[in-house]
Design a protein around this ligand. Structure first.
Ligand code: ADP
Length: 283
């Protein structure tokens, strides 16, 4: 199967420094792929290259079968993009934002109006269609951005921190929207800081640090590789973590210790692995 997204030995250099450093990665059609990494890891730069907003300094990137440097129009037709900063026009109405995007993509009427209604309905904004965007809540603006990104029926959707700043209920609703799109066959690449978001949504996870991909796999593969059991030991004001292949081995290790004070055993999770790999927490 042709990958939906394929990066081969990709570099991006700013001011003589590689902010993306020899990145190779492929995402299969129908996958939800989560890109994780501390601030400055190179996630946004990677998304910007995948979505043709900036060119790689070196290496090959193919998205939906199109080369991002040689066939950017093909890429743009095949993808939807929701970036972190609000990119909808707050001085236009909900419908005007959708209409403008539909015209930019040359979607003819009556299909344009059908698609506008369909996606506004999907993100539950139909009853706000005549309202100015500046009167919408943060969650509604994010939903409008998603509806707009879907208007031209992209195969791949890029979501940069889709739920940052949203309340837990709105975040859950957003997760259902994302899952629903994936069930309809869409490939999604998501960057996020939220571990539970990755655990709930993503089929596979890539962890970036310092411009490099330092880990990739399903959550279960990552737990197998780093250890499923964890012994936590309280050291003054911090915790010391030791991974064990299984929870049972972690328990056996703890029971062997003469003094159990300040010791705790539990299954490992993505955040533990992230901290172990990057030395930083997700938030
Ligand atoms: P992340 O999204 O993982 O936080 P970014 O891709 O935004 O990381 O940034 C990676 C590094 O690249 C950072 O050190 C950032 O300062 C640098 N960087 C990003 N864009 C530019 C640019 N246009 N010019 C110079 N440096 C940049």
């Amino acid at each position: 199967m042709t990958p939906a997204v394929c990066l081969q030995n990709v570099h991006k250099v700013y001011n003589n420094s590689a902010v993306v450093d020899d990145l190779s990665l492929s995402i299969e059609p129908g996958e939800i792929f989560g890109l994780l990494g501390p601030n400055g890891a190179g996630k946004s730069t990677t998304i910007r290259m995948l979505t043709t907003l900036t060119q790689p300094t070196q290496g090959d990137i193919v998205v939906a079968g199109y080369d991002v440097v040689r066939q950017p129009i093909g890429v743009k037709r095949a993808i939807g993009v929701v970036l972190q900063q609000t990119s909808v026009d707050i001085d236009l109405t909900v419908w005007e934002n959708m209409e403008f995007h539909g015209r930019m993509h040359h979607i003819p009427n009556p299909r344009r109006q059908q698609e506008i209604s369909r996606w506004l309905d999907y993100v539950e904004l139909v009853d706000r269609r005549e309202d100015l965007v500046k009167t919408l809540s943060g969650g509604m603006k994010r939903r409008l951005q998603i509806a707009r990104a879907l208007l031209h029926q992209p195969e791949i959707l890029f979501l940069d921190e889709p739920t940052v700043g949203l309340d837990p209920q709105t975040r859950r609703r957003m997760w259902e929207i994302i899952k629903g799109l994936n069930k309809q066959g869409m490939t999604l690449l998501i960057t996020t800081h939220y571990m539970e978001e990755v655990e709930y949504l993503c089929d596979r996870i890539g962890i970036m640090d310092g411009g490099k991909l330092i880990e990739i796999g399903t959550l279960e593969e990552l737990r197998d590789r780093h250890g499923r059991g964890l012994v936590m030991k309280q050291m003054d004001d911090r915790w010391d973590y030791t991974f064990f292949p299984t929870l049972e081995e972690a328990e056996t290790h703890m029971l062997k210790q003469p003094d159990h004070t300040g010791l705790m055993v539990r299954p490992s999770n993505l955040e533990d692995i992230f901290v172990e790999l990057t030395g930083r927490s997700l938030d």
